[in-house]
Every structure is written in C-alpha cells, then in structure tokens.
Design a protein around this ligand. Structure first.
Ligand code: PGA
Length: 244
C-alpha cells in the first residue's frame, strides 16, 4: 500500500488528478472505475481543467461507475448518472458510449447486474478504480455486513448511509432505499485502486480500513489485501493513523 497524507482537500484533489492524468497519458484507452460523492469533486475539476488545456484526452477512455440508486430516473437531479454528467462527463471530450453507469431503472435488476459485469469483462477489466469511503466504511454501496459482497448486485442501504445522503435529497424519506453497486469482488478484481478521503468525519473509517482487522463489518478493510492500493488522505482524515 502507498499512503500519501496531504495537507488539505486541494492537495488531495491535485494528487488524485495527477495520478489519473499519468495513467491516461500512458494508456489513452485506459479503463477507469469512477465514484460519485463530495470527495472526488475537486479531482474531477482538476481533470476538466487538464482536458481543457489539452494536457490529457478522454476520447478513448472507458469508464465504469461504481453504483447507482435504484428507482431514480437518469434525469433526476440526485441520480448518479446526472452527477457524472453534470460534474465531469459534459465538460470533457469523453465519448458517451464509453461511459457506463448501472441502470437504476432496469426492470430486471439481476439481469442488469450480470450485464454490467459482462461489460467490464468485455472492456478488459478495470485498470484504475477510484474510491471514496463512507463514514461507516462502505465502498461503493457495499455496506457493513456479515459477508463480503460478490459481483455487481442490488443492495439495501443502511440507515447510516440514508442519513448521510439525505443532505442531497432535502428529506430523509426521499432517499432511495436500494441501489445497484459493484461488489467487493468486482472492486478487488481491478488492477489498481486509489482510495480518497478527506475531513475529520472520515478519520475513524480510514483508521479501521487501513489498520484494523479485515472484516465485512468495515467493507473498506478488504482493501488491505489488494496488491496495488494507493491511499490519499488529507491530514484530518489521516489523523488517527498510527503510521502517520
Ligand atoms: P462522500 O461519500 O465522498 O460524499 O463523502 C463517500 C461515500 O459515501 O462513499
């Protein structure tokens, strides 16, 4: 594991964007796994700027998003489809057909999950998966559980996540209860992983993920077993780490 503790959110965003830019430059057809949430917003902004300055191109890049709410139409302001287009894809030269996000409106969810995995496989697998982490240690929507989840599947969100995400929905009862997420197996299968976290609220999850026992009760702890993991945290998120 490579651990970088940086000063603040701006530095985190810059370091993460630099790593993505490096991999895109060395392989223009790279396959990226992408997260939503507040954490990667700064990184996306930096990548948009680099793209505008023509330092990098996403023309041949393929992307797979980690997750999507179930039951929200794509055009819903809170769908992860909208999030990705509003905050990243619309501002870069990516080809729409090369972007993949689970379809939260699929009638047959199981079929959608299997098809999503097949698309990842057909693309040759994911080269770099970028992850945020929930306060409860979730990655994607892989919530604390008794077992590590497998491949892309439908999940019931925990109260903790529903509450954390209600800030975007205005009211807690508007937050969808289910989602589709890449599973732990899908994530661990990626050739490299970059985990990002900032702020005090993430300090405990980061400490447990990197230094605690490997347990499905703290899903991100499984990342300790990945052979190419880079962790970038700001001082606050890294404040409880004993190796800091
Ligand atoms: P955040 O979410 O980036 O908005 O903090 C991360 C997550 O819940 O995985």
């Amino acid at each position: 594991m490579k651990l970088h503790i940086v000063k603040n959110y701006d530095e985190l965003s810059h370091a993460a964007a630099e790593k993505v830019a490096h991999i895109v430059k060395s392989n223009p057809k790279v396959v990226l796994g992408l997260p939503t949430g507040s954490t990667p917003l700064g990184m996306y902004k930096e990548l948009i700027d680099m793209n505008k300055r023509k330092e990098i191109s996403f023309k041949e890049v393929i992307t797979f998003n980690l997750d999507e709410y179930q039951g929200l139409p794509r055009e819903d302001v809170n769908s992860y489809y909208r999030f990705m287009w509003d905050n990243f894809f619309s501002h870069i030269d990516i080809v729409k057909e090369n972007t993949n996000i689970p379809n939260g409106m699929a009638d047959d969810v199981e079929k959608e999950c299997t098809a999503y995995e097949s698309r990842i496989e057909k693309a040759g697998g994911i080269d770099l998966m970028i992850l945020g982490i929930g306060n409860n240690g979730h990655i994607g929507f892989n919530e604390p559980a008794q077992f590590f989840g497998g491949i892309t599947h439908r999940v019931k969100l925990t109260e903790n996540t529903i509450e954390a995400n209600s800030r975007f929905f205005g009211a807690i009862d508007r937050v969808p209860r289910y989602a589709i997420t890449m599973g732990i197996k899908s994530i661990m299968h990626c050739r490299s992983i970059m985990l990002l976290a900032n702020g005090k609220a993430k300090a405990e999850a980061i400490k447990k993920a990197l230094e605690g026992p490997i347990t499905p009760e703290l899903p991100a702890s499984v990342l300790q077993l990945h052979r190419d993991l880079t962790v970038i945290v700001d001082k606050e998120a890294g404040s409880l780490l004993s190796c800091r």
